[in-house]
Design a protein around this ligand. Structure first.
Ligand SMILES: *Cc1c(COP(=O)(O)O)cnc(C)c1O
Length: 390
């Protein structure tokens, strides 16, 4: 690896690519693999969004570079969505930044906020991009303990005092991946109070903000008074509007962090294609009927799979949102070995909890991204196998 930097060479291989290889190998042998691994919607975006994209493609001026921080229409749509949905006021010019998908923004915000050697408090288990983004920025991830018996709420009082003093940033992710954890407003209030005490910046990754079930509505961390002094929230259209491949998301909140991230990005990219930004604005400005319809479908899938797991004897909490079920592996089995066994024995791909950090060991994640019929097929195969497959 003579030509590769230590930073990149020391990145572990991306876990999902190894699964993709195993999946393909089994498919080539003629096996019918059901993929509950990667958490991307299996649906198409609503027609009104696709139509707006087609329309915008016809205008020559839309094929030029976008303003670095995103076009006015998109940033205003984000601000207006926050006003309507969360009663949070945002200045579209200074407190909103367009992203080429929120993953990019989350990885880059580390470089915008921390210097090499500085610490970042991150949830474990958590979305792998947090730890990798910190690593690439030369920082050090320290664990935000989550209470697995109380719906994976953060335990601020269990953060080591030395870690808190030496950290600059704290990350949260509610509604959460991989645990499907959801919180009420008071948790965000506690987070801001804690961050004020230790002078931390705060990021909430809200990729699943609109993917919720029943009466539950996910709060925004920016609803906490004073939060804009130190917090930013990352949003995405990938999950709520099934636009994962479009690559469009946003960061909102603290001006200094938004400006820093914008400056960093303006030296690396030139924002997203204008027709995509304008169609995304259309999505945010439109009603949320399509989102609600999809949520009801994800909820039915979740209920089906949850009932199936119960019959099989696998423990999992019923979530109030996200595309996931977070379940316990049977006693005496490692997560990776259990996931390998499911793939080899019944052709079902799930993600081992250990892929999301050391606290994920003992669990696995099911993505509810296949139709109910396929979930029923998963349950049928699993029952034949027996409980833990041992
Ligand atoms: C999917 C996901 C993202 C990234 O979404 P983008 O497609 O990059 O906008 C960010 N955070 C979490 C927790 C996710 O699951």
């Amino acid at each position: 690896m003579a030509f590769i930097s230590r930073r990149v060479a020391s990145l572990p291989a991306y876990l999902f690519s190894e699964f993709a290889r195993k999946k393909k190998e089994l498919q080539d042998k003629g096996h019918d693999i059901i993929d509950l691994g990667i958490g991307a919607p299996d649906l198409a975006p609503p027609v009104f969004i696709r139509e707006r994209l087609i329309e915008e493609l016809q205008h020559p001026e839309n094929h030029r570079y976008s303003p670095y921080s995103g076009c006015k229409e998109f940033k205003e749509a984000v601000a207006s969505f926050y006003e309507r949905h969360y009663q949070v006021e945002l200045d579209p010019e200074k407190e909103v930044l367009a992203l080429i998908g929120s993953k990019e923004g989350i990885a880059h915000v580390m470089q915008a906020v921390i210097d090499p050697g500085e610490k970042v408090i991150v949830p474990d288990p958590g979305y792998p991009v947090y730890a990798k983004g910190i690593h690439l920025a030369g920082g050090k991830a320290v664990c935000l303990p989550l209470d697995s018996r109380r719906g994976y709420i953060p335990c601020f009082d269990r953060i080591a005092p030395g870690d808190a003093e030496r950290s600059k940033l704290m990350l949260l992710n509610y509604p959460g991946n991989p645990t499907a954890a959801t919180v009420e407003y008071d948790i965000f209030k506690q987070a801001i109070t804690y961050a004020e005490k230790h002078d931390l910046a705060v990021v909430n990754d809200a990729a699943y903000d609109l993917v919720t079930f029943g009466d539950y509505q996910a709060p925004s961390i920016l609803q906490v008074p004073g939060s804009k002094e130190r917090a930013v929230e990352f949003g995405s259209l990938s999950k709520s509007f099934s636009m994962a491949g479009w690559r469009i998301g946003y960061a909102v909140g603290n001006r200094e962090i938004i400006e820093g991230l914008s400056t960093l990005k303006s030296n690396m990219d030139t924002s997203q294609f204008l027709p995509i930004q304008k169609a995304a604005a259309e999505a945010l400005n439109g009603g949320l009927e399509s989102v609600e319809e999809n949520n009801r479908m994800y909820e039915r899938r979740m209920e089906t799979m949850h009932a199936g797991l119960q019959e099989i004897g696998i423990k999992a909490e019923k979530p109030r949102g996200t595309l996931f079920l977070w379940a316990e592996v049977p006693e005496g089995c490692g997560s990776q070995a259990f996931a390998d066994m499911l793939l080899e024995e019944i052709g079902v791909l799930v993600t081992p909890g250990s892929a999301f950090g050391k606290e994920g060991e003992g669990y696995f994640r099911i993505a509810l991204t296949v139709p109910v019929e396929r979930l029923n097929e998963v349950i049928r195969r699993w029952k034949k196998l027996g409980t833990g497959g041992d």
